[in-house]
Design a protein around this ligand. Structure first.
Ligand code: ADP
Ligand code: MG
Length: 288
């Protein structure tokens, strides 16, 4: 069993009236089965309302299944005795960094989590050092988080989650509120955590260019997993991606159209630079 496994997971948001009678049922996650291995970098793509956040919130037992099961580190979230362990195994990073930063000094913020669970002081400082270094924020340790850019704040939030030493980090659209620079900083940081520290990463986003380095991509639509595969494979299925209302970058689509016409092109082209390189290569090979 992987570090996160779900079997026929269903989650319904249920709205009740004053008499507790069911007024409305919204089926946010429908019958999702997945298995994420330790050390894997899995990206979850999907249009707004496709159920990504609902699924993510099951990964550290913020929500419990309506039907089916989720195991985190092999532990069933429906068993209350597992809650502590589950929260230790999977840390969450959310969209808005402002809601995740608590302390008025960066280093205190990062140390807050471990302090809360009774980690000894020496050990806390060691973790604060390491985690700030890992996210490239050591120079800001005595700064006030208020003065940081969005990307820097989000990296501090990630360091705070890391300081709890989870085996797995779930990031729910961590770049949605950031500018392109901030987005790049955060994605680079996440990649490093995965590659250098072996932390399992589950990255939820609707930016296709952020998932190109993932080991596996899962596409959700209307509460279901509708596509699954390595990035090369997913990105070569342009028509399907568009059907699920994902924004396929124009160059990706152009490369796809050219490939259909027989021009040799990699399917994973997401930027104009990559496109130009690819065209130049083809041209060079052709004229040799
Ligand atoms: P995503 O993160 O992909 O945008 P969500 O998991 O937030 O999707 O939402 C999935 C579905 O559940 C949507 O139809 C949404 O309207 C509904 N939903 C989300 N949160 C709530 C809530 N607190 N109460 C009722 N319905 C909700
Ligand atoms: Mg969401």
């Amino acid at each position: 069993m992987g570090i996160i496994k779900t079997k026929n997971l269903v989650y319904n948001y249920i709205k009740r009236d004053e008499e507790e009678k069911i007024e409305e049922v919204s089926e946010a996650v429908k019958n999702v089965s997945l298995d994420i291995k330790e050390g894997e970098f899995v990206a979850i793509l999907g249009h707004n309302g496709s159920g990504k956040s609902t699924l993510a919130k099951h990964m550290n037992a913020l929500l419990l299944p309506t039907e089916g099961t989720i195991w985190i580190g092999g532990r069933d979230s429906l068993d209350e005795d597992n809650l502590w362990n589950i929260r230790q195994t999977a840390g969450m990073v959310f969209q808005n960094p402002d809601n995740q930063i608590i302390a008025s000094v960066v280093e205190e913020d990062v140390g807050f989590g471990p302090e809360n669970i009774g980690v000894p002081t020496d050990e806390i400082w060691k973790r604060v050092d390491e985690c700030l270094k890992a996210v490239g924020m050591s120079a800001y340790r005595t700064h006030s988080p208020n003065r940081l850019s969005g990307g820097q704040k989000q990296r501090v939030a990630i360091a705070g989650v890391m300081a709890m030493e989870p085996k797995c980090i779930v990031l729910d659209e961590p770049t949605a509120m950031l500018d392109p620079n901030g987005r790049r900083e955060v994605i680079r940081t996440v990649l490093e955590l995965n590659e250098k520290k072996g932390i399992t990463v589950i990255l939820i986003t609707h930016y296709m260019e952020e998932v190109i380095h993932a080991d596996r991509i899962i596409v959700m639509d209307e509460g279901e997993i509708v596509m699954e595969g390595v990035p090369e494979e997913i990105f070569s299925r342009v028509e399907e991606l568009k059907k699920y209302r994902l924004d396929v970058p124009q160059v990706t689509e152009l490369a796809y159209e050219l490939r259909k016409k027989g021009v040799p092109m990699r399917p994973c082209i997401l930027t104009v630079e990559e496109f130009v390189t690819e065209i130049m290569d083809t041209y060079r090979k052709h004229s040799e």
